[in-house]
Ligand binder design. Structure first.
Ligand code: CTP
Length: 408
């Protein structure tokens, strides 16, 4: 089995401009799709003279975008949404004209406008005749793009469309894919670290068939576990009952049911952990006694449950925390969010707390997205917009890594 490409699951905008090398963009799109990426093609109007949108939409499975809106339906293509959707933005081939527009911000077509809106990492693969390539204005514009943080995938030397020989051939599609893969490969910033994560709900038994629990699905905790493992960490994932599976081999899952079992497993792993992230929605109360036999309605017309408070796992670890260990908690709040989150951070001796509000659509239990605000004990605050839980996991681990560096 070949290894999974780091481009798998990544969103890539492929910009095609009007040059002969546009025929190579078809192979590039094919390779990116094969690597598991979602590819959205944007063509400049002149690119369509060189390769058809039909070819590109068939290869990518997505309609090609050229204009700001579809003429017959009036459907608007938001360059802002596209720019934000992209993890990578690659222009291949990039003509001297598009390079000049990108360098100076001339937003007169969908491609350059999306470029100006994107926060993605941008790659440009120039392709043009040798004299255009060597022209001082092209050199200047490429320098400007480099200074703006754009990666230039250098053109090669060889025979050009003009039959002249020199520098100007677009890099081969496989080379462009390799450049993107190198940028996408996760950095092993957590290599050698042990990360403890609690996830999911806890289940508190009433009798052999009934229990108290909550709506947590464990998605956020599992996403953080996968991201931490991808960054090279060894992960102990203490999980309440959920319908999820951890796929990375560096994750060892400890399955638990109740808050007490979760506490026991977390306490066992904590002394050896460098980072502990408490994502679990621990049931606040458990029945004081678990009935050994099913409670029968006929015999118990007036059934009263006597509940006692569960142990606070985060606070217990917080009290045992030693220098150099980082403890992270979550706060799912409905009102007075910021104050409650900050109070929780202090009360439980956390270094960082991730707050999400049930007031925000798309945040909280069961969703595939989340919108978070991160408060650090050192006073630093970051607010994020709505993202997939995988992207939120990356943000949280970036915050934790920054926090670790500032404490070191
Ligand atoms: N937590 C925990 N053990 C508990 C309760 C909570 O480890 N028994 C952790 C959660 O995993 C989360 C954080 O503490 O990281 C906040 O959980 P929350 O339920 O919001 O906190 P509570 O202390 O229960 O606060 P309250 O019910 O007053 O909102």
């Amino acid at each position: 089995m070949t290894a999974k490409s780091p481009l798998s699951g990544r969103n890539i905008v492929l910009g095609i401009t009007g040059g002969i090398a546009a025929y190579k963009s078809a192979l590039l799109a094919r390779l990116l799709v094969k690597a598991g990426a979602e590819v959205q093609v944007i063509m400049t109007p002149s690119a369509r003279e060189f390769i058809t949108p039909l070819t590109m939409s068939t290869l990518t499975g997505r309609p090609v975008i050229t204009e700001f809106f579809t003429a017959n339906t009036g459907e608007w293509h938001s360059h802002v949404d596209l720019g934000l959707w992209a993890h990578f933005f690659v222009v291949a081939p990039a003509t001297a004209c598009t390079i000049a527009k990108m360098a100076t911000g001339v937003a007169d077509n969908m491609l350059v406008t999306s470029y100006l809106s994107t926060r993605a990492r941008v790659f440009v693969a120039p392709a043009m005749d040798l004299d255009m390539m060597a022209h001082p204005s092209t050199t200047r514009n490429l320098e400007t793009l480099r200074a703006d943080g754009v990666t230039i995938i250098e053109a090669a030397e060889g025979e050009l469309a003009s039959h002249l020989c020199g520098k100007g051939r677009m890099a081969e599609p496989a080379e462009i894919v390799a450049a993107l893969e190198a940028a996408a490969a996760p950095e092993t910033t957590l290599a050698g670290h042990h990360v403890l994560i609690t996830a999911g709900p806890t289940v508190e038994r009433i009798d052999p068939v009934r229990f108290i629990s909550n709506f947590s699905t464990g998605k956020m905790g599992y996403a953080i576990a996968e991201e931490a493992a991808a960054r090279g960490a060894r992960v102990t994932l203490v999980s309440g009952p959920v319908a999820l599976h951890a796929s990375h081999p560096a994750i060892s899952v400890v399955h638990v049911e109740s808050a007490r079992e979760m506490l026991e497993a977390a306490q066992k792993a904590f002394p050896d952990a460098d980072i502990a992230i408490m994502t679990a929605a621990v049931a606040d109360y458990a029945p004081a006694t678990v009935e050994q036999h099913k409670i029968k309605r006929e015999h118990t017309p007036d059934c009263r449950l006597h509940l006692t408070a569960n142990p606070d796992i985060a606070a217990t670890l917080g009290a045992a925390k030693r220098h150099g260990q980082l403890l992270v908690g979550f706060a799912l709040e409905t009102d007075n969010e910021e104050q409650n989150a900050r109070d929780k951070m202090q009360r439980k001796n956390l270094d960082l707390i991730v707050m999400n509000s049930l007031q925000d659509a798309g945040a909280g239990f069961g969703t595939d997205t989340n919108k978070i605000t991160v408060f650090r004990a050192d006073g630093h605050t970051s607010r994020y917009h709505l993202k997939s839980k995988a992207a939120v996991a990356a943000d949280i681990l970036n915050e934790i890594e920054q926090c670790a560096h500032s404490q070191a």
